[in-house]
Design a protein around this ligand. Structure first.
Ligand code: AMP
Length: 291
């Protein structure tokens, strides 16, 4: 694996990979890209594995993007373990790691565009974390411009982010890049893997499973009672776990628009939840009728 820190080095490593003997085939090498913020776990590695099986060259970036954090404390507390991350990428078989400094992504004096996503950026995560998706759109557009991938691999774990990025690529930037959604990788008890899980105390970690259990419970309830009643009962379940200090949202939503569904059940849906355990925020979701 080649590790690069600057745009110039990444791009010359990419063209070296493209023209290396091993990749000289009749058709041009396909580039798969997995953007991450590091503190890698098996969820991230599953994205790398999907990129490796679909593409000829797999690029992973590790960049804790400051513009998508609305809370400076969250940014400062975000787990970082570059040494271990590089080992995991190498063992997974990733070809190129891109680990830029902030100045490389946001060069001083250069204006990096921000994009509009309408209602999709205002609701759910966007309502709780104002400006978050502006930052996501900004960094993903910049990284896509640098890497120019054929396929971009995004986790369902951040489902709203996946929809934002899909809109960015297909409708706003009108790029040919294919946005691929990858399934959520879970711990044996059902907790969605997340870089933030390492910050949970043993008691919080034990209680954290209630989030995924509640979302899967909602999935079973859909159609049996009204969404309002189901969501109220779900809140009661979550509130029964002592470590949960706040419920940011529990929603049964249209899988494409993320608009809250009140009665129109029967179309592709997603059940989304976000909770807080002290200063750690956890999100998760479950598809009801797959798109
Ligand atoms: P992050 O480092 O949190 O920005 O995540 C980088 C990518 O990994 C995003 O596309 C996430 O949705 C994805 N991801 C994070 N956790 C998981 C998981 N448990 N399963 C699958 N993908 C994940």
């Amino acid at each position: 694996m080649t590790t690069t820190h600057t745009v110039t080095d990444l791009q010359s490593a990419l063209s070296a990979e493209r023209t290396s003997g091993a990749r000289m085939t009749a058709s041009p090498a396909r580039i798969g890209f997995v953007p991450t913020m590091g503190a890698l776990h098996d969820g991230h590695i599953s994205l790398i594995q999907q990129a490796l099986s679909a593409c000829d060259i797999t690029v992973a970036s590790i960049f804790v993007n400051p513009t998508q954090f609305d809370d400076p404390h969250d940014l400062a507390a975000y787990p970082r373990d570059l040494h271990s991350d590089l080992g995991k990428l190498e063992r997974a078989g990733c070809h190129l790691a891109f680990i830029p400094k902030v100045e490389e992504i946001y060069p001083p004096g250069v204006e990096i565009p921000v994009y509009e996503f309408g209602n999709l950026e205002q609701i759910l995560e966007g309502a709780v974390r104002p400006g978050h998706f502006k930052g996501v759109g900004q960094v993903v557009a910049r990284l896509l411009d640098i890497v120019q991938p054929d396929e971009l691999f995004m986790g369902q774990k951040d489902y709203q982010q996946y929809l934002i990025v899909k809109k960015l690529v297909e409708e706003i930037l009108k790029m040919k890049t294919q946005v691929v959604m990858c399934a959520i990788v879970r711990e044996p008890d059902g907790l969605a893997m997340s870089s933030r899980n390492v910050r949970l105390t043993p008691q919080q970690r034990k209680d954290a499973v209630v989030l995924s259990r509640t979302l899967f419970w909602i999935k079973e309830q859909v159609g049996q009672e009204t969404p309002e009643v189901i969501k109220q009962k779900a809140r009661e379940r979550l509130n029964a776990a002592a470590s949960i200090t706040a419920i940011d949202y529990i929603e049964i939503a249209d899988a494409q628009t993320l608009d809250s569904l009140n009665a129109r059940i029967g179309r592709p849906m997603v059940v989304l939840g976000a909770i807080r355990m002290g200063d750690v925020r956890l999100i998760d979701n479950v598809m009801v009728n797959k798109l």
